[in-house]
Design a protein. Structure first.
Length: 309
């Protein structure tokens, strides 16, 4: 089997995630300690014992999910995983930072600080209430793109996440996104719903955040990853550090091309994916994209041991 490691994005967070990994593996606990030190606060306490509403805040959820993914990855390494066992990596939105940290392109500390800055910059880019996102189910990317363009008028409304053949998320000004939801329903969308998010991610309204990340990434060392990482905005594998830096800036305003990313991995020979960290949303998307791909979740000690065995 040719394996790719995939890393989840925002929405997978839950109170208590990663604690069993930290209890079972010193290397996993060390990740949380490293993230706490990098941020100058006990993010681990919030992850394990805090309020769900606080963990869900973008500036907290992003580094928290990365920490949990890297804790699971370090547990895999403790059980004998090496990059001879997998040939590619990818992550959904913030999960791309997790993939880059796991492959050695970014340090865990730098990934944590970048994601804290990214979360705050994305939150601050648009005043609360002005932006929105919605999921259009049962429509493909072409249909969702047409509906978003019709709804936009002189406002912003764009396809933000092409998750799988029947799930596209749109993003932009709230009034335009609400118009798109009604148009999608009229066009036969199985379900079109506004999402409980605090900002309109992955659209042109995030340009101020892209500028902030351009400055932040200019200060960080990026190495060649151990294996190619499939970038969200190009749906193609990348290993060059300068290209990685540029793509992470473009990712802030660009769409997450997850469906195409999975198709690219399959075309490269991948026939099994391990979802490393919290939740199992990516595995569900992958099965809807290509039923021939075997999927595995690696988020708890038993998962780690089963994957390695």
């Amino acid at each position: 089997m040719a394996v790719a490691l995939v890393f989840p994005g925002q929405g997978a967070q839950m109170i208590g995630m990663g604690r069993d990994l930290a209890d079972a593996y010193p290397a996993a606990r060390a990740v949380f300690e490293e993230v706490d030190a990098a941020l100058g606060e006990k993010l681990s306490t919030l992850i394990w014992e805090g309020a769900a509403e606080e963990l869900t805040l973008t500036a907290n959820a992003q580094p928290a999910l990365m920490a949990t993914s890297l804790a699971a990855f370090r547990a895999l390494e403790a059980e004998g995983f090496g990059w001879d066992r997998a040939t590619m990596a990818a992550g959904h939105s913030l999960g791309e930072y997790s993939a880059l940290a796991a492959t050695g392109a970014l340090s865990v500390a730098d990934a944590a600080r970048l994601l804290r800055r990214r979360g705050r910059a994305m939150q601050d880019a648009v005043p609360v209430g002005e932006g929105a996102m919605a999921a259009l189910l049962g429509l493909d990317l072409d249909a969702a793109t047409r509906i978003a363009a019709e709804a936009a008028g002189d406002r912003v409304c764009e396809a933000a996440n092409d998750n799988d053949p029947g799930q596209v998320v749109i993003s932009g000004h709230r009034d335009a996104v609400e118009r798109a939801v009604e148009l999608a329903k009229a066009a036969g969308s199985r379900r079109a719903v506004m999402l409980p998010v605090s900002a309109p991610f992955h659209c042109a309204l995030m340009e101020p955040a892209a500028g902030a990340m351009r400055d932040a990434l200019a200060e960080v060392a990026i190495a060649r990853p151990a294996v190619p990482v499939v970038a969200n905005v190009t749906a193609a594998p990348v290993s060059d550090p300068d290209e990685i830096r540029d793509l992470l800036v473009r990712q802030v305003t660009g769409a997450v091309r997850w469906r195409e990313s999975v198709e690219a991995m399959v075309a490269a020979g991948i026939d099994e994916t391990w979802e490393v960290g919290a939740g199992k949303a990516l595995s569900g998307m992958i099965r809807r994209i290509d039923k021939s791909v075997a999927t595995r979740q690696v988020g708890a000690p038993d998962d780690v041991r089963a994957a390695i065995s």
